[in-house]
Design a protein around this ligand. Structure first.
Ligand code: NAD
Length: 506
């Protein structure tokens, strides 16, 4: 394998990648509306019910349909993953790693086509879609390298007259449950990490974005991953999800999604069911209410850029999004003006036209965000946005800013998961740190400051999984910024990092 390096991003201000993206959009548009099945043991499985995936920029457009599994297919998928484990877990790590690396290489060959699917199914603009696909490629290559590394024996202390060994082993079939907001990167990362290490999986994709998962499955087959090692089971989370989590043959669960669903899964995973010979492991990556602190020593233009990019990239639908700007009072008003001016200038429109702010993912999410904005009007001052925008029926919401937000209020505590930013004024850095830490979450955070002592303090006392200094707080790169949060943001297993399980230092 080549040494790991992150997949580079395109410069869409130049003609070649721009033309290639437009061509990919044309290609994908000509394929819209097709059907993709559930895949169990490498074979398509027909289902009575289907999931319809739509374009959030134009909900009349059907991106595609997928099979919708019931518990009967879920049982078959677990059986297939269990059967495939025997052979797959015994293959040499280098062989598994080569195959997983190959998945990454094949995605890379189709980077723009996969990105174009993402633009149409998830509403991401070109930059966001390409970053998602690049992250999926990175996960394949990075975890391929990690699989070879962790196959080496773990060092042990010598003991006279004895020869002791410690090594890691694959543990069995697991269940992968991703969210819709990184439809390729998170789905792929949570699946290929255990697979590279010799495990087998059943993927239950999010119902808003199952078509991307189906395209990943085509690549899995093409890469030569044996049947049954990765099974694809779109279906209703509340029914099939519970069944997969509860199943006695499920050995581990890789989940990324909301706190509510994550806690339900963690609790269910701790129950031991008849015939279950092991304790399940449940790895959780959950929500965030991430803050960027700006003090009076900061470069305010840079801070405003960081806030706007973090708050409105992919319409604020990132677990790492900047949803709280905590500003020291002496610079609060100036910073707010800078942020409002930048946010107001963002162009709103379809991801296919590469606008800065696209639609949110679904009618349900659209309604939920607008309800939060409506509640917020009673709680703080709406200084920008707040309205839905109607274009082709797409789920657009204006970039929205509330000022005068109380740190303990709902706007500052509840994850909205949309283009809504809360400004909080604090007297000084001391209070800023306390407010920043004052939520149940601890995923990402940032500090814009030129004071070295405060930066050092933030490293020690700002309790988040990923802390960024003088930059935006989104966009962690695989291997460069191992990603995962504390507190209610997750079990801190660090995607794209070397931690195997449990906690790791930031
Ligand atoms: P969600 O919790 O609604 O759904 C996540 C997945 O769980 C989906 O595939 C869904 O079908 C499935 N599911 C639903 N009920 C289930 C059940 N009872 N059993 C098993 N599976 C079930 O989350 P979402 O709306 O898809 O994603 C948004 C959330 O994800 C936000 O809270 C966001 O912060 C979080 N997120 C976290 C990270 C991270 O790395 N920490 C990354 C991305 C998203």
């Amino acid at each position: 394998m080549e040494p790991f390096r992150n997949e580079p991003y395109s410069d869409f201000s130049t003609a070649a990648p721009r033309d290639a993206y437009l061509e990919a959009l044309d290609t994908v548009t000509s394929k819209l509306g097709g059907h993709v099945p559930v895949v169990i043991d490498g074979k398509p499985v027909a289902t009575d019910v289907r999931i319809t995936s739509i374009d959030p920029a134009n909900p009349d457009v059907v991106v595609g349909t997928t099979g919708s599994a019931s518990r009967a297919e879920a049982q078959l998928a677990i059986d297939a993953a269990k059967a495939a484990f025997t052979d797959w877990s015994r293959r040499p790590a280098a062989e598994r790693a080569d195959l997983v690396h190959r998945i990454g290489d094949l995605i890379a060959e189709r980077k723009f086509e996969m990105s174009a699917w993402m633009t149409l199914e998830a509403g991401k603009n070109w930059v966001e879609a390409e970053a998602d696909v690049a992250e999926a490629i990175d996960f394949c290559r990075y975890y391929a390298h990690q699989a070879v590394r962790i196959a080496e024996p773990v060092p042990v202390v010598g003991y006279p007259g004895e020869s002791n060994e410690s090594f890691l082993i694959p543990i069995g079939p697991g269940v992968v449950i991703p969210p819709w907001n990184f439809p390729l990167a998170i789905l792929v990362g949570m699946a290929v990490a255990p697979v590279a290490a010799g495990n087998t999986v059943v993927i239950k994709p999010a119902s808003n974005t199952p078509v991307l998962g189906a395209h990943f499955m085509d690549i899995v087959a093409e890469a030569g991953i044996p049947d049954g090692v990765i099974n694809f089971l779109p279906g209703p989370g509340s029914d099939v999800g519970d069944f997969l989590v509860d199943h006695p043959d499920t050995r581990f669960i890789n989940f990324t999604g909301s706190k509510e669903v994550g806690l339900r899964i963690a609790q269910r995973a701790s129950a031991v069911h008849p015939g279950q010979p092991w304790l399940k492991r449940a790895f959780m990556e959950l929500g965030g209410k991430n803050a960027l602190i700006v003090d009076e020593t900061a470069d305010l233009e840079n801070a405003a850029d960081a806030i706007v990019r973090g708050a409105y990239g992919y319409q604020g639908q990132k677990c790492s999004a900047c949803s709280r700007a905590i500003a020291v009072a002496s610079i609060h008003d100036e910073l707010l003006d800078l942020v409002v001016a930048r946010a107001a200038a963002l162009e709103i429109g379809p991801g296919a036209e590469n606008k800065s702010v696209g639609p949110v993912i679904s009618a349900v999410q659209h309604r939920s965000i607008l309800e939060e904005i409506s509640r917020g009007r009673d709680e703080a001052n709406l200084v920008l946005g707040g309205e839905a925008i109607d274009r082709d029926g797409g789920f657009y919401i204006e970039p929205t800013i509330f000022a005068g937000v109380r740190p303990e209020g709902r706007l500052a505590q509840h994850e909205i998961f949309g283009p809504v930013l809360s400004f909080i004024s604090v007297p000084d850095f001391e209070e800023a740190l306390s407010v920043a830490n004052g939520t149940e979450y601890g995923l990402t955070g940032g500090l814009c400051s030129s004071d070295p002592e405060r930066i050092e303090r933030a490293k020690r006392e700002f309790h988040v999984g990923n802390l960024y200094i003088n930059r935006k707080i989104t966009g962690a790169l695989v291997g460069v910024q191992p990603f995962g949060g504390f507190k209610m943001s997750g079990s801190n297993s660090k995607a794209g990092g070397q931690t195997i399980c449990g906690s790791s230092p930031r």
